[in-house]
Design a protein. Structure first.
Length: 255
């Protein structure tokens, strides 16, 4: 596994307080499950979940799509174990530790779903194409990920001081809409989800608690500079916007 991927897996493995800090993740998982529920699917769909985490989306999928087998996967072994514990005793649920960018399955899934995991892909277009290739004819790949407007308030607090935030650069919606998937149709939509924090340090603490404090090349600011950034962020209300993009990729039916 690539060293950066190992660092990401370790960060999420160590996120013992994930569920307590994952308010946004819970909201996004619930909304993605509702979107999936409005889509036509096989009566007993074979489902693959990418980046199951502690099972926020997994629980929704199993509740609303009780028929068929659901395979929950994650890059981080400890997350798979937490998901297994959350859903202990659930029928037709399997678990696997897997790098989604190198999926280890044959085609045939009626639904592949992923909530807030795709932003960690090193090759988003290639990975989505590989996952779409695992769909059965008529199958659906439903992905909730982050768009370019995410953390706009945090970036603005840096920019006001002539600085660049170390948060990742997420794709614009136009770039997501332009992704090519041979033999598929693609629909992209987005909506903002706003999270308020007591102050700037609470925001940073929430990122660490969910294992998301590992951007590829984070820069460390001097303490005085960070205090100025935090003051600017707090002057703006100490809230951050997550631009949640939903991609619905449908494989064409044969014939």
């Amino acid at each position: 596994m690539h060293s950066w991927k190992q660092a990401v897996a370790r960060a999420f493995d160590g996120a013992e307080g994930y569920d307590g800090a994952a308010a946004i993740q819970a909201v996004v998982a619930e909304r993605l499950a509702r979107r999936i529920g409005a889509e036509p699917l096989a009566r007993a769909p074979r489902i693959l979940e990418i980046g199951c985490g502690t099972g926020l989306l997994t629980a929704h999928l199993r509740r609303h799509l009780p028929g068929g087998v659901l395979v929950a996967s994650d890059l981080a072994p400890a997350m798979v174990q937490r998901c297994r514990a959350r859903l202990a005793g659930t029928a037709d649920l399997r678990f696997v530790v897997m790098d989604a960018e190198r999926p280890a399955f044959a085609p045939g899934f009626d639904l592949i779903a992923s909530s807030l995991a795709a932003q960690w892909f090193e090759d988003l277009p290639g990975t989505l194409a590989r996952l779409a290739a695992l769909l059965a004819p008529g199958g659906l790949l439903a992905v909730a990920t982050l768009g370019a407007g995410t953390f706009a308030e945090w970036r603005a607090a840096h920019a006001a001081l002539g600085l660049e935030a170390a948060t990742p650069v997420y794709p614009a919606l136009s770039d997501l809409a332009a992704l090519a998937c041979p033999g598929c149709t693609l629909a992209v939509s987005a909506e903002p989800v706003v999270e308020a924090h007591a102050d700037g340090r609470a925001f940073l603490g929430s990122l660490r608690a969910i294992g998301a404090g590992t951007p590829g090349a984070a820069r460390t600011l001097a303490p005085g500079t960070m205090r100025r950034v935090l003051r600017g962020f707090e002057a703006g209300g100490a809230q951050v916007t997550y631009e949640v993009a939903t991609l619905l990729i449908r494989r064409a039916r044969q014939g």
